[in-house]
Design a protein around this ligand. Structure first.
Ligand code: HPA
Length: 278
């Protein structure tokens, strides 16, 4: 077996069997959720929760980024059975794209067919303010890596269609949830960069020219694997800061985590309503 199989479909099946046995999961969940930097608080809203730490899931790694917990949680949210990952693998930590997207394969192997991704991002659109929540309507892969590179995994499309990666049905549900809860939402295009440095002002001007409304360092590998597996995909970016050059303020990870904490309640209310509508 070559090294590339470590985070492929077969490994994901084995990891799913471990998780299922440990958490006594009997059915496919209604949805799976990946919680971004500082957004892990949503996990506290999951009822009848049981969890397994990443250290115990084959193929998973410890997460070392502040604001990321490193647990897979099973329980109910908004009356629906869900799986949630508090913590993700970033390529800037040295992981390959396949590793960054591997948790999506495990969630799929556990039966999830709806995937909700969240992240912290810098705001490029001048219509955005820190604290805004943005529906991801499309993305730009500017990581110049691809999690599907290499042999085709069983269940994957070789050449996945990406003309509608972010589900219009789920975007409509998010907008309905925003109306119902009174949590305002923006909509825009997420650009994923490798990181770990924040962008220069010139890079942010380039991203704006390319059509990006927000910039971050995650999510894109996960979205690509979700596309290859034909999962229904939705996502929200928490705009934690104005991207470099949009405002004069220097950027820091502490500010990103703090902005997450301030938005956590609104985010959790919105996502709970969204999940209840599935
Ligand atoms: N750039 C990239 N990633 C980010 C940012 C940013 O400004 N804010 C939060 N994550």
């Amino acid at each position: 077996m070559s090294v590339i199989d470590e985070h492929g479909a077969a490994a994901a099946q084995a990891a799913a069997a471990t998780v299922r046995a440990r958490l006594n999961i009997m059915r496919a969940p209604k949805a799976a959720i990946i919680l971004g930097s500082g957004l892990g608080d949503l996990a506290a809203r999951i009822e009848n929760a049981s969890s397994i730490s990443y250290a115990e899931i084959p193929g998973f790694h410890a997460t070392n980024v502040a604001g990321h917990r490193g647990e897979l949680i099973h329980g109910t949210l908004g009356g629906r059975e869900v799986l949630a990952l508090a913590g993700r693998f970033h390529m800037y930590e040295g992981h390959g794209a396949r590793t960054a997207a591997y948790p999506v394969r495990v969630l799929h192997a556990l039966g999830a067919r709806v995937l909700f991704l969240s992240n912290a991002a810098g705001g490029i659109s001048r219509a955005f303010a820190p604290g805004d929540l943005m529906i991801i309507e499309d993305h730009l892969n500017l990581m110049f890596r691809n999690p599907l590179f290499g042999a085709v995994e069983s269940g994957d499309d070789r050449f996945p269609d990406m003309s509608n990666p972010w589900s219009p049905r789920l975007i409509a549900l998010l907008n309905e949830s925003a109306k119902q809860t009174g949590v305002p939402l923006q909509t825009g295009v997420y650009s994923g960069l490798l990181g770990p440095n924040y962008e220069t002002p010139a890079e942010v001007r380039m991203l704006a020219t390319l059509g990006a409304d927000a910039v971050g360092m995650s999510t894109v590998p996960e979205a690509i694997v979700a596309g290859a597996l034909k999962m229904e995909l939705a996502g929200i970016s928490l705009i934690t800061n104005a991207a470099a050059g949009i405002s004069d303020a220097p950027l820091s990870h502490a500010d990103v985590v703090e902005a997450g904490a301030r938005a956590a309640g609104r985010f959790a209310t919105l996502v709970t309503e969204f999940i209840s509508r599935l």
